[in-house]
Design a protein around this ligand. Sequence first.
Ligand SMILES: [Zn+2]
Length: 306
Amino acid sequence: MHALLRAYEGRAAATGGSGRDPVNLPMIRHWCEAMGDTSPVYRGPAATAPPTMLQAWTMGGLSGHPAGTGRSAAYDEMFALLDGAGCTSVVATDCEQEYLRPLRPGDRITFDTVIESVSPRKTTALGTGYFVTTRTDVHAEGELAGTHRFRILKYRPARRNRDAERKAPARPRPVVNRDNAGFWAGVAEHRLLIQRCTDCASLRFPWLPGCNTCGGAEWDTVEASGEGTVFSHVVMHHPPFPAFAPNGDGGPYAVALVELAEGVRIVSNVIGVPYDRVRVGMPVHLEFLVADPELELPVFRASESG
Ligand SMILES: [Zn+2]
């Protein structure tokens, strides 16, 4: 297998790439703001780009690169070979960059990527497979400006411990603090309490230390009637969280944003109906679910009429 894979070393992984935009100050500024880098070297008329931005100039953005400049047939073939050998999973492991020439606003970027090396078969905690290193040569105005090596592990996942998975873990504990302690005290008494600003009477949920509407700090509570409707919902498929799934198997489950009759909304679970039958507008009513001996939670049962 390794001999077959090594035949791809030195072959193109992608060719004819060109930067979507020349090196430019707005992208440099956004990068520096995101990274918290305030160096004056990256500002003003004589700015250079941060060297670690190298890969940014080669990225296709959400719409990708123009047709014909993507991955080569050789790279796809090598991946198919690995998939066929059971190495169907992939994880990025590390990246190395080398900087040969500073990049300046206005520099036009071109790049090519080559399959540099494929390791012998290795066994890791994730599984057994092959490390594949690609090297992208980044040119500015036709001159080599830097190289970007990117390594992935393409592997057959190690068999998971089914016994450990069968034992459903407990749900995470809520974080109770002085801003929301009153809410959890209400739950303990099977009351769903909504905060009400005593200055402007606005209701608010989830609990917050101040009023969203007027900024007032004083509040009291009203108890929710328990009637509501599904305002929005998602079905969680992946990654599995067995603690949240109704039968503890990590299978799909619905998370709903329920609009209470009082007008505020709460994120919760809808019970009494399969996850794929939850619908926007479905009437629901409050119930308290004993998740485990130490945890009760407000959830919403689909009404009979729904
Ligand atoms: Zn208010």
